[in-house]
Design a protein around this ligand. Structure first.
Ligand code: PGA
Length: 251
């Protein structure tokens, strides 16, 4: 099987003015950002307003930088949006697409998420494509069906592992302190990899992240599960010591 380097990505969401963001990025870079400090790749995804500023702070560290969303088009009359090339230009190497908060708050469909992932990859970014079931779907036992549908609809055909990460984030686990059982996480990830194999020959090498209430106290057991190649961390990524502790939990 292809080696997959674990990735711990921090999704800061709509949090952080300049000073907060600089302080947080500096603390992460100092604690775990020296090359070789941890066994995983690290990434922070600040709000778009901070990407360029934080790019300067991270120079010389091994902490990477990503955006939280991009438009599917290269440029044009899309007031308030930013393109993948703009993120790249600002210093990002990654972008999150299809986060459930975008799917809910902005009504993003699988087709739109697919178009964003394609735009990101065309601009030279790695797309972190988020999928995951709602609580109602979980309770109804539909998790794996939902994941199949989202993978079919939002992962580009023939996606290359170097430009593609898939994040499994059960909507009901985001920001709630609740997580699926380890067996459920492992089953979901195995299913995602199997479904990915229908879309790309690179499926075995694509990194799959778990996201939803990852914290220092549960990171080690989650990161040890088969087919879990890292984590997408929200709330805990806003506390440098917690993010660093999660990074140190990488097997
Ligand atoms: P959380 O968020 O870690 O705060 O649950 C995860 C995410 O939404 O990416």
């Amino acid at each position: 099987m292809a080696a997959r380097r674990p990735l711990i990505a921090g999704n800061w969401k709509m949090n952080g003015l300049k000073l907060d963001g600089l302080t947080l990025a500096q603390a992460v870079a100092q604690d775990v950002g020296k090359p070789g400090a941890v066994g995983c790749e690290l990434l922070v995804c600040p709000p778009a307003t901070l990407v360029m500023t934080i790019a300067h702070v991270l120079v010389g560290s091994s902490v990477g930088l990503g955006g939280q969303d991009c438009h599917a088009k290269v440029s044009g009359a899309h007031t308030g949006d930013i393109s993948a090339a703009m993120l790249r230009d600002a210093g990002a190497a990654y972008v999150i697409v299809g986060h459930s908060e975008r799917r809910t708050d902005h009504g993003e469909s699988d087709a739109q998420v697919l178009a964003k992932a394609q735009a990101a990859q065309a601009a030279g970014l790695t797309a972190i494509i988020c999928i995951g079931e709602t609580e109602a779907q979980y309770v109804a036992g539909q998790t794996l069906d939902v994941l199949s549908r989202q993978i079919a609809g939002s992962v580009p055909d023939g996606a290359k592992a170097a430009a593609t990460v898939v994040a499994y984030e059960p909507v009901w686990a985001i920001g709630t302190g609740r997580t699926p059982t380890n067996d459920e996480i492992a089953a979901a990830h195995a299913h995602i990899r199997k479904e990915l194999a229908k879309r790309t020959a690179d499926a075995a090498a694509v990194r799959l992240l778990y996201g939803g209430s990852v914290k220092p106290s549960n990171a080690a057991e989650i990161l040890r599960l088969p087919d879990v190649d890292g984590a997408l961390v929200g709330g805990a990524s806003l506390i440098a010591a917690d993010f660093a502790a999660i990074a140190r939990s990488c097997p």
